[in-house]
Design a protein around this ligand. Sequence first.
Ligand code: 5GP
Ligand code: MG
Ligand code: MG
Length: 190
Amino acid sequence: MKNREKSENVENGIVKVLVTREEVEKTVKRLGSEITRYYDEKETDLLLVGLLRGSFVFLADLVREIKLPLMVDFMSLSSYGDGTVSSGDVKVVMDLDTSIEGRDVLIVEDIVDTGNTFSKVIRMLKNRKPRSLKVCTFLNKPECRIVDVKIDFCGVDIPNEFAVGYGLDYAQKYRNLPYVGVLDPEILEE
Ligand code: 5GP
Ligand code: MG
Ligand code: MG
């Protein structure tokens, strides 16, 4: 590993920090209270659906900021492969284990880019007749939207750059960074 010591807080390969650790924490707390307030009035158990793999870090933090009874399930979709450009072709790799009929469902995503993934998942899950269906994302890239999706609980808007960290990967790495950063373009070209 070259240059590992470059900085105490910023890993090798990261050229810019988009969301600091402190901002991550503040954002997750805010979303947790928004979600708690909203579902508190509905009086049913909430089901959070995490979209793998990117949402696993955010979801783990988020559930601890929601002060209501809830359940968690996961779905895995693929749209990107290992590249950095969305293919627009979204496939279900692993489906839910739980029936969502009659339930209040909140889909949890790491980032909304073109909107393809969310719109596909929303369409698919609506067919299964949940009582309600809302969406929450940690990051949002509004400039990249191709399909219009309504985000009910939104974390941080970021510019059109390829983000990694806090669950987001490049070629399956960097998910463990505790902040969100932009990768050195030289690494993306390798
Ligand atoms: P969409 O379907 O909205 O275009 O993209 C959704 C998925 O693409 C996200 O869940 C995420 O996995 C991936 N994605 C979109 N933008 C980025 C990005 O900036 N960085 C990373 N690592 N993944 C992204
Ligand atoms: Mg994702
Ligand atoms: Mg990915």
